[in-house]
Design a protein around this ligand. Structure first.
Ligand code: PEP
Ligand code: MG
Length: 885
């Protein structure tokens, strides 16, 4: 035994020993090659080195342990026996490809090496055997180039320079115009380059080449682009990649050979028709490289009818077998077809919906399977405008920030919210670029196509508000050097001024210094069908976080079953209203505060009525005020002067109050229920507004069941909750009895302070419902500020300390444990307590699955994420059925 690994562990499997269900061990590609082999399809022979071998490579300090190496060698021998070919043999040499293949497909993220096994003598024999010296030397120079780049990390550019010099010398333009002699000379030059860069000869021994290549593939699991891809796609870093070693087949031996890729259905539209392309006399990368224009797959019927027929038959069998659209690679070597890969094809969201519905209609899959086939996050692209895919392909990003709110935006740069409003009213499309946004910016944000900020994380004001509005936002692009005074910024060495065009992609976080065309998203009929099926299967209710009637409407259209969080402070972002809430915050006496509250009360009542109307009798949870002071205190001079005038005090006096209210850590400051404990008149005013609004709508709409749910934020102690609840109860009861109504209401709390989670049994004595505020709960559990953590989290991802942003995707191990604990404690005290989540993570599919598993009743998320949460909730229920409903 070595490091606890039993010697009996099998690390290598022939394709004929595996099967399609073994993707955890063999990776997707390996499992599918095994499956196709078992189905009797023409697959070049080979073997797969398991993902466990990759894990061991990392545990054994980046080495392949002796036992694994000898097992690989044993399988090389078996491959030699099966093919009758031999590594290094001059009459019948074995050449192989070495390719990565993780459990989840990560296209283009890891490395591949082709033509391995060639060396100075084998290439000559190969040239003779194939009677095609040009092909042999071309394969050799490609191999040296790939090996140097991928295995030894020399870098492609030196070799490309040598090719360019050779073409210049010969006076030709294309690689294909170089002769066998030229290519042979190039191979020599490549080897010399290798020697000069690495101080050693290019390895001639095929087994040595192969071990180098296998190591390189294992190592590529951890290259920066693979790490980034994993983070974007929730792929754990401990999965590792498998490696497939496969006998080479050649599509570039002449006009009777070729290579291509095809999908069984159209991956862009979902149309049921073979879609793909091929090139005769070419190797895999030529099809993608775009040097020659490939032919469409149906033309193969004319070029090679028997092969075409065999291929289409295989496509039909594969699609039926996997019950999903397949993406396949094939090679034709001297009129003989070989299948190199099949996998469930990547597709657009629209295609995914159509394919799932068509497969149900064709009797291939069940409705449950259809629901599970759709990637919930992909629905985003159906709900927001998108870049025209062709235009996007041509564009190059100039920077990147956090993908804070999805969609695509293209417009002229403006630097203030007022300019955004003015320019937009004059018919311009604008992108608002700010250091950070504040409540004053809300109107300008509304008028912008998109928002780009230098500071702020996924739960910063800009991000939360933009998601709520469905406006594209890229936040926290620290690389921008802002000069607000000059109305310009610098990014990647270029200066951008007001009026310059810019495009931002809120789905990837990419920033483009140019205008890229966008198109409105369309929702086809299949979307509704899939959603209706999802709703039948899910256990979790899906509510929304909505602060305005407009958001509430939008969310209801997307299928929200209620409002899980209405942030009442957000109702005052409007420029006409912000003064009133500021007046309340800076009040020094009860009289001043009550005067301000009197102004707020009718506004609140009006808003609540409109929200109840928009939700048409669905439940609505309204949260008492929770304004972090730094987001609400006035900073602009003209705002301070205007407010002082309104309050009848001097501007200097007001400045003094504001600096007295300054907090070192406003996120942990005088906010939430702390405001109600110090100023109970705030809770009284808000309760009055809520209850009066509910009574008014009830009398207008007797058929609707309206039962206000009043939520108290930032509670950490049961007595604190009891105190505020008593204020709410005394106020509400009086109004209800004066109205002679039998209306009931509920009082609950946010669980967003670790102490509340730890004492949830006590808290539940007072609270009729809990809503987990996982923005604050994450901030306080980790002990880092939700507004500032973005600055250092990137280093944590780079070092693999964290794999994802805990403000976007719930940290199930730590914060999740608190959620689970509070769920159990709460139910112990109050078995029928209603439990949900309303932090930003509530719209993230893996968090939704977690909420289902711990037994919450609902998730609440921003309106544009409601369909995603509905689908994710259904998938969670299908995957982990609840025993009791
Ligand atoms: C939370 O903390 O998770 C929450 C929903 O409240 P807010 O984001 O308003 O602090
Ligand atoms: Mg909170």
């Amino acid at each position: 035994m070595e490091r606890g690994y039993p010697m009996s562990t099998k690390y290598v499997y022939l394709f004929s020993e595996g099967n399609g269900k073994m993707r955890e061990l063999l990776g997707g590609k390996g499992a599918n090659l095994a499956e196709m082999t078992n189905l009797g399809m023409p697959v070049p022979r080979g073997f797969t080195i398991t993902t466990e071998a990759c894990t061991r490579y990392y545990q054994d300090d980046h080495t392949i342990a002796a036992d694994i190496e000898s097992e690989i060698n044993e399988y090389v021998q078996r491959l030699e026996d099966m093919t009758g070919k031999k590594f290094g043999d001059l009459s019948n040499p074995l050449l192989v490809s070495v390719r990565s293949g993780a459990r989840a497909s990560m296209p283009g993220m890891m490395d591949t090496i082709l033509n391995l096994g060639l060396n100075d003598t084998v290439v000559e024999a190969f040239a003779k055997k194939t009677k095609n010296p040009r092909f042999a030397y071309d394969s050799y120079r490609r191999f040296i180039q790939m090996y140097s780049d991928v295995v030894m990390e020399v870098g492609k550019k030196y070799f490309e320079q040598l090719i360019d010099e050779m073409k210049d010398k010969r006076g030709v333009k294309l690689d294909t115009e170089l002769t066998a002699k030229d290519l042979k000379e190039l191979a020599e030059q490549f080897k010399a380059e290798y020697r000069s860069k690495l101080g050693e000869e290019f390895p001639q021994e095929p087994k040595l080449q192969m071990m180098g290549a296998i190591k390189a593939v294992f190592r590529s699991w951890d290259n920066p682009r693979a790490i980034y891809y994993r983070r974007m796609n929730d792929i754990p870093s401990d999965w590792g990649t498998a490696v497939n070693v496969q006998e080479m087949v050649f599509g570039n031996t002449g006009d009777t050979s070729g290579t291509g890729v095809a999908f069984t259905r159209n991956p862009a539209t979902g149309e049921k028709k073979l879609f793909g392309e091929f090139l005769m006399n070419a190797q895999g990368e030529d099809v993608v490289a775009g040097v020659r224009t490939p032919q469409t797959i149906d033309q193969l019927a004319k070029v090679m009818p028997e092969v075409y027929k065999q291929f289409t038959d295989i496509c039909a069998v594969l699609e039926y077998h996997y019950r999903d659209m397949q993406d396949m690679e094939f090679t034709i070597e001297n009129k003989k077809l070989f299948m190199l890969q099949t996998r469930n094809g990547k597709r657009t969201a629209a295609a995914a919906l159509k394919i799932a519905c068509d497969l149900v209609d064709e009797g291939m899959i069940t409705e449950k399977e259809a629901v599970c086939m759709i990637e919930p996050k992909s629905l985003d692209s159906l709900l927001h405008p998108q870049f025209d895919p062709e235009a996007l392909k041509k564009a190059k990003p100039v920077g990147q920030g956090l993908a804070a709110s999805p969609g695509a935006a293209c417009g002229q740069i403006v630097f203030t919210a007022e300019d955004a409003t003015d320019w937009a009213k004059n018919g311009h499309k604008v992108v608002l670029v700010r250091l950070e946004t504040s409540p004053e910016d809300i109107e300008g944000m509304h008028f912008s196509q998109g928002i780009l900020t230098v500071r702020g994380g996924m739960t910063s004001h800009a991000a939360v508000v933009a998601r709520g509005m469905g406006t594209c936002c890229v936040s926290g692009c620290g690389a921008i050097k802002m000069n607000e005074a000059a109305k310009s910024f610098e990014l990647s060495g270029k200066t951008y001024k007001e009026g310059d065009w810019i495009s931002i992609d809120g789905t990837t976080g990419n920033i483009y210094g140019e205008s890229i065309a966008t198109a409105e998203a369309t929702i086809s009929g299949e979307f509704g069908r899939i959603m209706a099926w999802a709703d039948r299967f899910r256990d979790l209710e899906v509510r929304t976080n909505a602060d305005t009637p407009k958001d509430a409407h939008q969310a209801a259209n997307f299928g929200a079953e209620g409002i899980g969080l209405c942030r009442t402070e957000h109702m005052f972002f409007d420029p006409d209203r912000i003064a009133a809430i500021r007046e309340m915050i800076v009040s020094e006496t009860v009289e001043q505060r009550e005067r301000a509250l009197k102004k707020l009360e009718p506004m609140q009542q009006g808003d609540f009525e409109a929200i109840y109307e928009a939700m048409k009798g669905r439940p609505v949870t309204i949260r008492l005020l929770d304004p972090p002071l730094h987001e609400f205190l006035p900073t602009a001079e003209e705002d301070i002067v205007a407010l002082a005038k309104e309050m009848n005090i001097s501007a200097d006096h007001l400045r003094g109050i504001i600096s007295g209210l300054h907090e070192f850590n406003p996120m942990m400051g005088h906010r939430g229920c702390r405001l109600d404990v110090t100023f109970p008149e705030i809770a009284r005013m808000q309760t009055t507004a809520i209850i009066k609004a509910a009574l008014a709508v009830r009398s207008r709409r007797p058929a609707w069941k309206i039962e206000p749910e009043i939520m108290i934020p930032l509670v950490g102690e049961a007595r604190e909750l009891a105190y505020v609840k008593a204020v709410i109860d005394s106020t509400a009861r009086l109004i209800i009895s004066e109205a002679d109504s039998d209306m009931t209401y509920k009082v609950g709390t946010m669980i967003e302070i670790p102490r509340a989670a730890l004492t949830a049994d006590e808290i539940a004595k007072e609270a009729e419902f809990f809503s987990f505020g996982t923005n604050d709960l994450t901030q306080m559990t980790f002990g880092f500020s939700r507004d500032d953590a973005g600055k250092f989290l990137a280093s944590y991802y780079d070092h693999k300390i964290y794999e994802s942003d805990p403000f976007s995707k719930l940290d199930q191990i730590g914060v999740g444990r608190l959620v689970e604990m509070a769920t159990n404690l709460g139910r112990k005290t109050r078995p029928d307590i209603h439990l949900g989540i309303c932090g930003e993570q509530g719209g993230d599919p893996s968090t939704v699955e977690f909420c289902h598993k711990v037994g919450l009743n609902y998730v609440s998320c921003s309106p544009y994420r409601v369909p995603i949460a509905r689908l994710a909730a259904a998938q969670a229920s299908i995957k982990y059925p609840r025993t009791q409903k």
